[in-house]
Design a protein around this ligand. Structure first.
Ligand code: GAL
Length: 767
């Protein structure tokens, strides 16, 4: 039987490499290398204002291990989940293999290189430079790829005859009697007597089971389970998962077993929209980069899972695009568990390289699909280089490869081109047309400087999304999905002036409204979920693109509430006035028009003691949104009049269900720590981490948008701080992650700011 050992602890790292490092003995190496745990970033970076070249170098990772005697006679594999960007793996000084591309994993059979009777040395030379021979590199890209062995590694032992991979296809989904077929790739079936048993399980309960004989020398076997009754569908509300256990047996004895988690669901893009299990669903999503402050891509399972939770539960999304590459297994697993659909794509950004480069991109299609085709959450494969030019032969090949490896899913390929060569099943389009008139305004400003102050006169381009037929140039409707909008058209920082933050939100709202209003658009996935680090050629000069509806710490901007407020009030009531509630932060003062993102039926607005009015969702401006925002267009008093407290009371089904109050005279009042998890796990292998949010809020617990005072963070006990210990607050918040250090016990977090006499403390248990 196979045995799997995660090997993420006790690695040794050196941020450079010379051939001498391969020869250096264990003790000598251990003294000069740094001891680390995986996932690991080759270089911790500041939050912003660093050089985008800082992590582009070749480094060396080493590990020493003895093999368990009971596995002797089995094949030995090393499985890497993600090494950025090119890895060469040496085992006991011999090159065991190499891998190009940092977003998919690879396995190496190291059976010939290992010793069973003494310690083995694994050395990984990691090239984190932007090698132009490997996607996404060769041109400019608007994100950083960071470096290192940034995902997990395991050691796997298997009998010579073993299962290589399992692909479970679920069929007849909408019938009472469903079917599934497990296609199993096999290795070294060199004689007769092998059988394959496939078992469908719901927890510990066996629902169906079948055994089939395997032909001698077969490298593929398929077992179908049919007439499956009482199978719950995988839906967004109840994403039911089952296990499929495939056991390879020789003369009745098990010699390998693989367990895959699956869901029964049907996902189809039609010209009339997207259908899940035959039911039309408007896709409402955002793009996600997998990066985090300081550590780039290297975050462990809990943090990856939390991102999926944030997208589903905090932002109310039903789909995410893993722009622009395959993302962590943990993130995708969580999407399966919580019912968050995924559009996954190959690495790339605008640039297409030479033939060798293209072959690598086709290989990326293979590796992505082979890795992820059992995830029910994945509904579409992106098989183009994001926003590249048409390239007929190349994209015929990526499409063919995808369809061959997974005939159950449709393909898309993200472009910004109109009339593009439509080789995929879904025309996936980045539609950046909406600029709320700014483009025309700018042209006029440039032409006639005098019109500069008269924005009112400008007849702006307010189109939110283009008509799909206009984009495709086809005389028929085809499956169509908007895969990006907003982004660079209107970046906004969390600490921007109120007007700018509000306008960013309104653009997201206008575009979502347009998507809901066009039955031929399957949905719209905005740019983007979280602010991200980028190259000097992009962003705000500090190596950040402030395009997220949340900042890089996953703290919401007003735009986040456009999405959050679209959820059914039965699930969650949302009431988020897009205001700092100040007399003088906006141009000309005041706070109107004041947009309130809410799913309430009505909002009662009070200024001081008096009721200003009762306001309803604005269906005139947003006729198609499930929950249009409320717009308050009137306010009493002007510059020089007394500013008062405000209260917003949301009503649902005639009852007051939520209340938000704002102070006329806010002062820092509450200093609180919130952690995403109160318990972390030290499992003796890899590290665990959680986000910590320290908030300074006013008398009504409202955020303080311009509170920037410094804070000192101290973490002691069984944990460590990620990032610097002295930081400035942003809008009254200090956000960071803490990690385990291989010890059980408790971790103490203390934060102090100039306004506090004693630190605020929080304890995290490490089990
Ligand atoms: C798109 C691109 C994204 C991001 C975005 C910013 O063109 O696909 O990666 O750069 O622009 O708006």
């Amino acid at each position: 039987m196979r045995k799997v050992f995660p090997i993420n602890d006790n690695w040794y790292y050196k941020p450079e490499f010379s051939s001498k490092d391969l020869l250096c003995e264990a003790e000598e190496c251990k003294a000069s290398f740094e001891k680390i745990e995986l996932p690991h970033t080759n270089k911790e970076l500041p939050y912003n204002y660093f050089s985008d070249k800082d992590f582009r170098f070749v480094s060396c990772y080493k590990k020493w291990l003895c093999l368990p005697k009971e596995c002797k006679g089995q094949l030995v594999f090393l499985d890497f989940e993600g090494v950025m960007n090119y890895a060469q793996v040496y085992v006991n000084g011999t090159l065991a293999g190499s891998h190009k591309g940092g977003y998919t994993g690879f396995s190496l059979n190291i059976s010939d290189e290992v010793h069973w009777d003494k310690e083995n040395e694994i050395a990984v030379i990691v090239d984190s430079t932007e090698r132009p021979d490997t996607p996404p590199f060769g041109g400019q890209i608007d994100y950083l790829t960071f470096g290192g062995i940034y995902r997990e590694v395991q050691l796997r032992f298997a009998d010579p005859a073993h299962i290589e991979s399992v692909f479970v296809k679920t069929e007849d989904i909408l019938s009472d009697k469903k079917r599934m077929c497990a296609e199993v790739s096999l290795q070294n079936i060199n004689d007769a007597g092998y059988t394959l048993e496939v078992c469908l399980m719901d927890g510990a309960e066996v629902l169906a089971q079948k055994q089939a004989a395997i032909d001698e020398n077969a490298n593929l076997a398929a077992v179908e389970l049919s007439e499956l009754e009482c199978i719950a569908l995988w839906t967004l509300e109840d994403p039911k998962l089952y296990d499929v256990v495939c056991t390879l047996k020789k003369n009745g004895e098990a010699n390998d077993e693989v367990r895959e988690r699956v869901g029964f669901r049907q996902a189809r893009f039609e010209s009339s929209g997207f259908f899940l299990n035959g039911q039309k669903i408007k896709l409402r999503g955002l793009n996600r980069h997998q990066s985090f402050p300081y550590v780039g891509y290297a975050m462990p399972r809990r943090v990856q899972e939390k991102d999926a939770d944030i997208l589903k539960y905090d932002l109310g999304l039903n789909v995410v695009r893993t722009s622009h590459y395959p993302q962590s297994r943990h993130f995708l697993n969580r999407c399966d568990e919580i019912g968050l659909l995924v559009f996954e794509e190959i690495p790339g950004w605008q640039h297409i390289g030479d033939e060798e480069w293209k072959e690598q991109a086709v290989q990326d299609v293979r590796e992505m699909i082979l890795r992820d085709r059992n995830h029910p959450a994945v509904i579409l494969w992106g098989v183009r280089i994001n926003e590249s030019q048409d390239d007929h032969d190349f994209y015929v090949k990526t499409n063919e490869t995808a369809r061959m490896l997974d005939p159950t899913r449709q393909t898309g390929g993200v472009r910004y081109l109109t009339n593009s060569d439509f080789l995929e099943d879904v025309y996936t389009m980045n539609d950046f047309v909406h600029d709320n008139g700014y483009g025309k305004y700018l042209q006029k400003v440039i032409k006639d400087y005098k019109t500069y102050d008269n924005i009112q006169e400008i007849d702006g381009e307010t189109t939110a999304l283009r008509d799909p037929r206009m984009v495709t140039g086809l005389d028929r409707d085809v499956p169509y999905l908007v895969t990006e909008y907003c982004g660079h058209m209107y970046p906004s920082k969390r600490f921007d002036q109120e007007e700018r933050s509000v306008e960013m939100a309104l653009r997201h709202a206008r575009i979502q409204n347009a998507s809901y209003g066009d039955e031929h658009i399957s949905g719209a996935i905005g740019w983007c979920a979280f602010d991200y680090n980028t190259h000097a050629d992009f962003g705000s000069g500090d190596k950040i693109c402030y395009h997220g509806v949340m900042d890089a710490y996953r703290i919401p901007k007003f735009a986040a509430y456009v999405y959050a407020s679209q959820v059914n009030p039965e699930e969650k009531i949302v009431l988020e006035p897009a205001t700092y509630w100040t007399r003088g932060d906006r141009s000309t003062g005041g706070v109107i028009p004041l947009t309130i993102f809410t799913n309430c039926d009505e909002v009662h607005v009070y200024c001081g003691e008096s009721l200003l009015g009762v306001y309803y969702p604005n269906r005139e401006l947003y006729p198609s949104l499930p929950h249009p925002p409320v717009v308050v267009d009137r306010m009493e008093g002007g510059w020089g009049s007394k500013w008062t407290d405000a209260e917003f009371v949301g009503y649902w089904k005639g009852e007051p269900v939520v209340r938000r109050t704002y102070q006329a005279d806010p002062v820092p009042t509450f200093f609180e720590i919130h952690t995403d998890s109160k318990t972390l796990v030290s499992d003796g292998d890899t590290w665990d981490a959680t986000r910590v949010v320290f908030s300074v809020t006013d008398q009504s617990h409202q955020e303080m948008p311009f509170f920037q005072e410094p804070a000192v963070i101290q973490v002691s006990g069984a944990g460590q701080l990620i990032g610097p210990s002295l930081v400035s607050s942003v809008c009254g918040k200090v956000v960071f992650w803490v990690k385990t250090i291989g010890q059980k016990g408790t971790m103490q977090i203390e934060i102090i700011t100039p306004r506090l006499k004693a630190p605020v403390c929080q304890t995290i248990e490490v089990k």
